[in-house]
Design a protein around this ligand. Sequence first.
Ligand SMILES: *Cc1c(COP(=O)(O)O)cnc(C)c1O
Length: 382
Amino acid sequence: MGEIDQAERIALFKPLLEQEEHEAAQAALQVGWLGMGSYVAGFERAIANLIEVAAPRVVAVSTGHAALHLALLIADIRAGDEVMTPSFNNAADFQAILATGGVPVFCDIRDDTLCIDIEDAERRLTSRTKAIIATDYGHQICDHEALRQMAKRRNLRLIHDAAHSFGSRYKGQMVGNFSDFTIFSFDPIKNITCIDGGAIVLPDAESANSARSMRFLGMTQSTDLLYQNKRAGTYDIETIGFRYHMANLHAAIGMTQIAKMKVILESRQNACHHYNKRLSRVAAVNIPAQDLEHRVPFMYYVRVPADQRDNLRAFLDDRGIETGIHWKPGHQFTLLRQFHRSDLKTTERVANEIVSLPLHSKISLNQVDRVSDAIAAFFDAS
Ligand SMILES: *Cc1c(COP(=O)(O)O)cnc(C)c1O
């Protein structure tokens, strides 16, 4: 492809990196304290402020995967414990369960929201099931009220994977302030990015302090000192731990992104509304029911006839439009096949129909038009 064609390519995901991010990165480097320090403290406070929880409950970590792993450990998941989660989920969730020695148990999703099918999950519970990971998908949010009731009734720990829904509001409450454990990801493609990063919102300051120690090799190294860009000369090690902390440079970028939350929300909502309008005229395209109010949409996806999906993706790729499949179901991966117990009908149907379309913060409506026109052209010709 020539340079001009490349320039016109529409990426599936694209971070919002502007002057502010460059300046924040430079300022953080000039401070010269590269590891966990004052910017991480500031980022945790900014998250807590946005999601309306007490700051001590928010713990910044290196990735969403690390956040899931620590949340599971603090929820006391041990070798042999079953953790229920949809097969239609991110690989990080499965790997985090395996990292604890836990056993992933796959349940199905709802056809309308593609989020966990709670009744199906409940049918699959056994005496060994200790926790559920429920993941918000794209611009959809799980039925968290029903989840909470089920978890209480069946004595399960509930972990809310909100990697897709950072900044969204659900039934009047900010995502992150109504679940026992919530995790976020700030990887390169998420609603906001830290380059790579994640956070856990824990039930109380005590469990959050455990997470603070575990993210830093289990050391009793004082977070208060580190947050002043200092370290204690001595420390003890009291618990198992990992190198899962967040670094200053990453936190500095994260803070600039949080300051842009309103623009990020509005531009993504506008793009989704525009897609809805343009694509509703294409009969073969199934647009999911959606309620975008107070949502920061992470992904825009549609469903198309399974036998045309791959041809559509190739057609769009030829026209410089990147698409994706989120996700290939967990039970279809070599490592995870062994955990497949019984039918996952909706998951398998959806996996063959789904396609994610370009969506970024500040994506132009012209780009949305270009994608929509190309999809209409594909179905007109077929
Ligand atoms: C991105 C993502 C994760 C993992 O986060 P990383 O920061 O990439 O490790 C977990 N769950 C979901 C739903 C995600 O989209």
